[in-house]
Design a protein. Structure first.
Length: 253
C-alpha cells in the first residue's frame, strides 16, 4: 500500500454531513462519534487505510488479523428535508505531517464526491474544566456559522490557537476547497478518556444538525471515570493503574 485509500460500497446519500472524531486529546472526538454511531444505529459502509498509520496490525474479537483503519458509517435521516450523516471513526490518526494532509484530503475527496456541503470535526482542547458542562470552542470556515454557534453557548477559538491533527487540518483544507466546515473542541484535562467533554460536544452537534442524540447513555461512563479519579488520589491506586483501567470505554465497539 503506497497511498491512503477508501474501500467502500456504493450508497445513495442526500447531501450528507460528514462528522469526524478520531483518537486525540481526552479521546473526546472518538468518544463522541463512536457514541453517536451506537446511539443512532449508523451502518458501516467503508474503511480508510493509510501507510501513514502506525506500523502494526491488530486482531479482532474472533482472532482475525487486520490493519489499523478509519471507518465510515452512515445514518439515514428520516426527515424528508434532512441531510444524511456520514460518521468517521477509527483506530488512530496518521503519524506524520504528510499523512495528516493525505488522509484529510482523501476524506474531503470522498465528501465532495458524495455531494457534502458541510464537514464537522470533533476533538478536545487542553484546559481545567470547572463545571459539570465543559466549555466548547469552535473554529470554522464560515463567519456566519461561527456567529450562529456563539448564540448557542459556543466560544470562538482564540486567534492563533493551534488545532492539532485531523480536527484542524480537515477544516483548514475545506476552506481551500470552498467547503463549509467547523470544528467543535471540548475542554478536557486530557490525560484520561473524557466522556463529560464528549457529552458537551455532542449537545452542540445535535443543535447544529437539528437531530436528537440522546446523551443519557454517557452518564454511567462519566460516573465510572469520576470514581476512578477519586481512587487515584488514595494510596490504594497508582496513576499507572488508572491509565490501564480507563484505556477502553465500555460503549465503544
Amino acid at each position: 500500500m503506497k497511498e491512503t485509500v477508501i474501500i467502500k460500497r456504493d450508497v445513495e446519500f442526500r447531501a450528507p454531513v460528514f462528522v469526524e472524531g478520531l483518537p486525540g486529546l481526552g479521546s473526546v472526538g472518538a468518544i463522541a462519534v463512536n457514541y453517536a454511531i451506537h446511539t443512532l444505529g449508523a451502518e458501516k459502509f467503508g474503511d480508510l487505510y493509510s501507510p501513514h498509520f502506525p506500523f502494526h496490525a491488530v486482531t479482532d474479537d474472533d482472532g482475525q488479523i487486520r490493519l489499523l483503519r478509519n471507518e465510515l458509517h452512515y445514518w439515514r435521516n428520516p426527515a424528508p428535508d434532512g441531510s444524511d450523516i456520514v460518521l468517521v471513526s477509527g483506530d488512530c490518526q496518521a503519524q506524520t505531517p504528510e499523512g495528516q494532509y493525505e488522509v484529510a484530503s482523501t476524506l474531503l475527496d470522498a465528501a465532495e464526491e458524495m455531494g457534502s456541503k458541510l464537514f464537522i470535526t470533533l476533538g478536545g482542547y487542553s484546559g481545567q474544566p470547572d463545571s459539570d458542562e465543559p466549555k466548547v470552542v469552535a473554529a470554522s470556515t464560515s463567519t456566519r456559522l461561527l456567529d450562529q454557534l456563539k448564540g448557542t453557548g459556543v466560544e470562538a477559538s482564540p486567534p492563533g490557537n493551534p488545532i492539532v491533527g485531523a480536527a484542524g487540518i480537515i477544516v483548514a483544507l475545506s476552506r481551500l476547497r470552498g467547503l463549509t466546515a467547523v470544528c467543535f473542541l471540548g475542554e478536557t484535562k486530557g490525560y484520561i478518556p473524557d466522556p463529560r467533554a464528549a457529552r458537551s460536544v455532542l449537545k452542540q452537534l445535535s443543535k447544529l444538525l437539528g437531530i436528537d442524540i440522546d446523551v443519557v447513555g454517557l452518564e454511567a461512563e462519566i460516573r465510572r471515570i469520576e470514581r476512578l479519579m477519586e481512587q487515584v488520589n488514595g494510596p490504594e491506586m497508582k496513576r499507572s493503574e488508572l491509565g490501564r483501567r480507563v484505556g477502553r470505554t465500555t460503549y465503544i465497539s
